[in-house]
Each structure stands twice: as C-alpha cells, then as structure tokens.
Design a binder for this molecule. Structure first.
Ligand code: ACO
Length: 272
C-alpha cells in the first residue's frame, strides 16, 4: 500500500505523486488510504510550505479504480461501499482545506473521480497534452463523488452539461478556457511553471495564505452581507495566529520603503 503514493520534499515544496502508473494512477482503496496518511504527514510539517500533486507516468489519475473501488467493493456490500466512499471523499476534503496552498500539476489523463482532487487543489496547471473527461456516462453512471458539483462550480452550465452528457474528453487548452484549470503549458515547461508559482506562494505570509484560500472557497456560497461579515471575522481570527505580520508589511512599505505591496510581497520572517 505504501508505494501507491510517493512524495519528496525539496526547498519547502512537497511533491506528492499518484504512483500506480501501470494502472494510470486510478484510485483504489489502498491509494486512498495511503493518500490520507501522506496528507497527515505533510500538513503541519514545518518543512513544507506548498504541496504539489502530480502523477507518475502518463496519467495524473484515470479516476476511480473500476475494478477495486467499484466492482470488488460493491461485491462486499453497502458497508464496504460507504467505507470506500468515506476514504476517497475524506482525503479530497482534507486536501480542499489543507493548511498549505496546493497545486495540481496535471501531467496526463484526468478522468471522473480525478475531478475531486483536481478541485481540491487550489490551483491547477496542466501539460498541453493532458486530457480531461467525465467518462462516467461512457460506462453507465452519473458523475458522482462530487464530480458534477466540480464542473458546475467551475464551468459555465452549457459547457458542464455538454461535458457530462457526451463523455468526450477535452484537451488542457479547452480545460483552461472552461476554467477547469488555470493554465495549459507545453509539457516540457510544466514543472518549471509550477515551480515558479510555488515559489511565489512561498514568499507570502502563510497565515494570510490559509485565510485567503479558505475565504475564496467559503464566500462563494454566501450572500454579500454574510461574506462581508465572514471576512472581517476570518481576518480577526488570522490575527490571533499572526498579530505582527501585516504590521510588518505596512512598516516595510511606509517606513522602510523596502518594497511596494502592489508589486510583490514584504519580506516574511523565514519559516522554520
Ligand atoms: N480503473 C481500473 N483500471 C484502470 C483504470 C480505471 N479507472 N484506468 C486504467 N486502468 C488499467 C487498465 O485496465 C489497464 O490494466 P491492465 O494493464 O491490467 O490491462 C491499465 O490500467 C492501463 O490502461 P490502458 O487502458 O491500457 O492505458 P491507455 O494508456 O491505453 O489508456 C486511459 C489510458 C484512456 C486513461 C484508459 O485507461 C481509460 O479509459 N481508463 C478509464 C478512465 C475512466 O473512465 N475512469 C473512470 C472515471 S469515472 C470515476 O472515476 C467515478
């Protein structure tokens, strides 16, 4: 089970990989359990400032394992089905609210259940030759496990409907045009581009990053007034964890004149 997910930490970036390349990194129960452990190992590790999720081989992930996650689990009955769902949805939820910013580095195929972790990552950058599809309709089910919610949250309704009903896969440029991902880049520039973004994030105040990523996800479901109130309280809560950060940010601009907030981040005290 342990090798279904691999990771290494380099310069405060955790590079986490789906690691079942011979099965196109489809998610079986063992992978889902291991990913939960890996996220737990990394979330409050002070050596990690950003998490990147990628895949070994030609796939990011070919979605749920149709044999082990669906057929074999269904054969064991409802308890096993619910257990498998809790494990997969559980790590996607953990990733959605992860303490550190997260980037999906989509190196290849991304299907069906893969939209769960894709959405969980705060940002998504894909290789131009990656392909995305809600293939559920092609084997006779609806896009569950949140996948329908993912596309209706991210895409215009007509595109989401076409995508879900036809099961046609789209390339990364179209995925970017439909807002499923941030950017499509040539395969040989994928890691460089992700590294560039990760390094931008590593320069920011980590308390403000977590408050911001949560706010972007939360306010989407709120009325304007509720969002306004939530943001006041979220900032005050962030102040509890870092009372000095923004004061230092103002000081370095107004008094020290060492940077301009419109053009970049203040010098955050180095993290451990
Ligand atoms: N579940 C189980 N096994 C899978 C899956 C999957 N989702 N995806 C790939 N595999 C297995 C194949 O059965 C094959 O196994 P084998 O070597 O024992 O025969 C191996 O991985 C390699 O797959 P190929 O199909 O030979 O690889 P190829 O590169 O030609 O095609 C592709 C890749 C297009 C991703 C293809 O494997 C595919 O269509 N996979 C299914 C994608 C899908 O619909 N996923 C489910 C989405 S719905 C959901 O997640 C709820």
């Amino acid at each position: 089970m342990t090798d279904t997910v691999t990771y290494k930490i380099e310069n405060r970036i955790a590079w986490v990989s789906f690691n079942r390349p011979e099965k196109r990194n489809c998610m079986n129960p063992a992978l889902n359990r291991r990913m939960t452990e890996v996220l737990d190992e990394l979330e409050f590790n002070d050596d990690v400032g950003v998490l990147v999720l990628t895949g070994e081989g030609t796939a990011w992930t070919a979605g749920m394992d149709l044999k082990e996650y669906f057929r074999e689990t269904q054969a064991k009955g409802l308890g096993a089905i619910r257990q498998a769902q809790r494990e997969s949805y559980g790590w996607w939820r953990k990733l959605r609210w992860f303490q550190k910013p997260t980037i999906a580095m989509v190196n290849g195929w991304c299907f069906g259940g893969g939209y769960g972790p894709l959405y969980s990552c705060d940002l998504a950058i894909a290789s131009e030759d990656a392909k995305f599809g809600l293939s559920e309709i092609n084997w006779g089910i609806l896009p569950g496990g949140g996948a329908t919610k993912v596309v209706t949250d991210l895409m215009p309704m007509r595109d989401a409907m076409y995508h879900a009903l036809t099961g046609e896969s789209i390339d990364a440029r179209k995925a970017a045009a439909w807002s499923l991902i941030n950017e499509a880049v040539p395969a040989d520039q994928l890691k460089t581009r992700v590294l560039e973004i990760a390094n931008v994030l590593l320069e920011k105040n980590p308390v403000a990053l977590k408050a911001t990523k949560d706010a972007v996800r939360r306010v989407n479901e709120m009325t304007y007034d509720n969002a306004e109130d939530y943001l006041v309280r979220a900032q005050e809560a962030a102040h509890y964890y870092d009372a000095e950060g923004s004061k230092e940010g103002i000081k370095q601009f107004i008094d020290d004149k060492t940077y301009k907030p419109g053009l970049g981040a203040y010098a955050v005290k180095p993290q451990k």
